[in-house]
Write a protein that binds this ligand. Structure first.
Ligand code: ZN
Length: 297
C-alpha cells in the first residue's frame, strides 16, 4: 500500500488519450544529431519551437483531429486502484502535488501556485510544444502547462535498472511537476539541451526538478490531509534507484558510449540521487537552489 485506503483520484486537470499512431510519417522527437539519443530517456522539458529543429518533423498535422479515447479514469474509482493501476497512481499523485505545492510555493518562494494539467497518452500526442511520441519519455510543455506521461515508460525504466516501485513512479510525475514549478518561477526558459554539460543550465534545471520531487515526497505523507501512507525507507531507495538509472553517465554507459560530462543534460546518477535526497531530507526549496538564485525563504 502507498496511498491510504479510500483515496480516489479527483481527475482534476487529468486527461487521457490513446494517441494516434500515424502510418508513414514517424514521430519527430527522435532526430538526428547528438540530442536525439539523449531524448530517449528524459524526464525532460520541451520548450516549444525547439521540437521541429530536433527532428525536422511537422507538428501541425494532427491538431484538429479528435484524439482517440485513452485510459478510462473511471477505472480508478474503486478501492485500491490507485495502488494497483499506474494511470490511477499518476492521477492521484497529481492530486497530492496540487495539494502540497500551493503552500510550499507561497511560503518558500512567495509565489502563487496554479496547477498544471496531466495528460496520459499512448503512442503519439499533439502538444502545445509540438508533436511528440512515447519515445520521448515523460515531459512537461510550458506552453500548455501540461505534464505528459505515457505510463509504459515505467517498463523502460525497469529495463534501464530503475525501479517500478510506487514511489519511483510518483517521482517521475513529481519531477515533471518540478518543471511546472520552474515555469511559475520564470526560470524554466534557462534550460537549453543544445548547450549541455555538467555545469550547464540544463543540468541545473533538471537537478532542481529532481530536488523538487524530493520536497514533495518529504511532505506527501505528513499531516492530517496526507494522501500517502508513511513512505518507507525501501520506497525511498526505489526512487533513488530510478534517479540513478536515468543519470546521464549511466545512460551513456548503457548505450556503449564513453562517459562524457560535456554531453550531459540531466546530471550524473550521483547528482540525481543527491538532488532528490536533498529535497527529501529537507523539504525545502532552498535546498534545491541549483541556479543559485538565493530567493527562497
Ligand atoms: Zn526533467
Amino acid at each position: 500500500m502507498t496511498f491510504k485506503s479510500g483515496v480516489r483520484p479527483s481527475g482534476k486537470g487529468v486527461s487521457t488519450s490513446g494517441g494516434s499512431r500515424r502510418g508513414g510519417g514517424m514521430p519527430v522527437m527522435i532526430g538526428g544529431g547528438g540530442v536525439g539519443t539523449l531524448l530517449l530517456i528524459g524526464l525532460f522539458v520541451l520548450l516549444g519551437g525547439d521540437i521541429g529543429s530536433l527532428g525536422g518533423g511537422t507538428s501541425q498535422q494532427n491538431q484538429s483531429q479528435n484524439a482517440p479515447e485513452g485510459f478510462d479514469l473511471a477505472q480508478c474509482n474503486v478501492e485500491g486502484a490507485v495502488n494497483e493501476i499506474a494511470e490511477c497512481r499518476a492521477a492521484a499523485t497529481a492530486d497530492s502535488l496540487n495539494a502540497l505545492w500551493p503552500s510550499v510555493l507561497a511560503e518558500q518562494a512567495g509565489l502563487d501556485y496554479s496547477m498544471p494539467n496531466l495528460r496520459m497518452f499512448q503512442g503519439n500526442v499533439q502538444t502545445g510544444c509540438g508533436f511528440a511520441s512515447s519515445d520521448t519519455g515523460p515531459f512537461y510543455c510550458p506552453r500548455d502547462k501540461t505534464v505528459y506521461v505515457d505510463v509504459t515508460f515505467y517498463d523502460q525504466l525497469e529495463r534501464l535498472g530503475g525501479s517500478d516501485g510506487s514511489l519511483s513512479q510518483m517521482y517521475v510525475v513529481a519531477h515533471e511537476w518540478g518543471h511546472h514549478i520552474q515555469n511559475l518561477e520564470g526560470t524554466l526558459g534557462l534550460s537549453d539541451y543544445n548547450n549541455p554539460g555538467e555545469d550547464s543550465a540544463a543540468v541545473a534545471i533538471e537537478l532542481q526538478a529532481d530536488c523538487y520531487a524530493g520536497v514533495w515526497a518529504s511532505r506527501a505523507d505528513k499531516g492530517a490531509d496526507a494522501m500517502l501512507e508513511p513512505i518507507t525507507k525501501e520506497q525511498v531507495m526505489q526512487a533513488v534507484q530510478t534517479a540513478r538509472a536515468i543519470g546521464d553517465d549511466h545512460i551513456q554507459e548503457r548505450s556503449g558510449r564513453e562517459v562524457n560530462p560535456d554531453a550531459w543534460t540531466h546530471g550524473s546518477s550521483e547528482q540525481r540521487q543527491q538532488s532528490f535526497l536533498a529535497g527529501y531530507t529537507s523539504g525545502q526549496m532552498k535546498a534545491c537552489d541549483t541556479l543559485n538564485r538565493g530567493v527562497y525563504n
